[in-house]
Design a protein around this ligand. Sequence first.
Ligand SMILES: [Ca+2]
Length: 246
Amino acid sequence: MLDEWAGSSRQANDRRSMNYNVSIMARTTGRHLPMCAGLSPLGRRLSVASALAIALSVVLLALAGCGDGGGAGTTAGTANLPERDEFDNRPTVQLAVVEATDSSHLLPVNDITYEASNLYDEALSTAWNVGAGVEPSGQTATLTLAGPSLIDKVEIANGYQKSGDSFQRSGRATFLLLTFSDGTSSSVSLEDREGWQLTDIADVVTETVTIKFIDIYPGRDRKLASAAVSEVRLLGKDLSASGDPQ
Ligand SMILES: [Ca+2]
C-alpha cells in the first residue's frame, strides 16, 4: 500500500467509480426528459434546467466523495515518498523504531519486563520473552518504524542474552518470519548462539515489521518453556523527508 503504483490503481478505481456515477446520471436524465413533452417550452426549459442542476449536484457530490476516498486511501507518507532514483542514494542506516506491541509476553519479575519494547532498547540484557503456558511458536511482536522505510537487512540478537545462564534457560528462535505492511514476508534462519546475526532480506518498503516465532531451540527450563529474542535492528533507508542526507 506504500508504493505509488497502488495509489495509481486507487485513482483508476476512483475514476471508474466517477464514470459509473456519471453513466447512471445520464440514464436517469434520459428517462425523465420525455416526460417534459407535454409541458410548455418554458416549462420544458425549466425542467431541463432542473435536471441539469440535479445532475451537476450529483457530479459535485461524486467528486467530493472521490476526494475523501483518495485522502483516506493514501496512506501516511505515501504522497511524500521520494522517487526510487532519489532514495537509492540515501545511506543505509539503522531505522528508528517508535513502538512495539506483542501477542503475549512473560509477566514481569522484580521489575524485569519481557515486553516487545525490549527488542529495540539497544540492550542485550533485556528481551521479548514468551512462554509459561503459552506456546512460543506463533507468537508475534510488531515493531512500528518512525516512517516509511526500505529494509534490506535485519540484525538479530537471538535468545535472552542477559547472561550465559539466561541464554540457556530460555528457548531461542530457529526461524523467525518477518511480515511487512504490504503483506509480504521474509523467513530468517538463526543460529543457536549469543551475539548479533546479520541477515540480508529482499528489499521491502514498509512501516511495520511483525516478527513471528516459527520454530524454537528448546531452553533448559522445560517448565517455563519460553523463547526469547533480545534485540532486532532493522537496516535500510529512511524514505521520509527527514531521511534526506544532510
Ligand atoms: Ca533488548
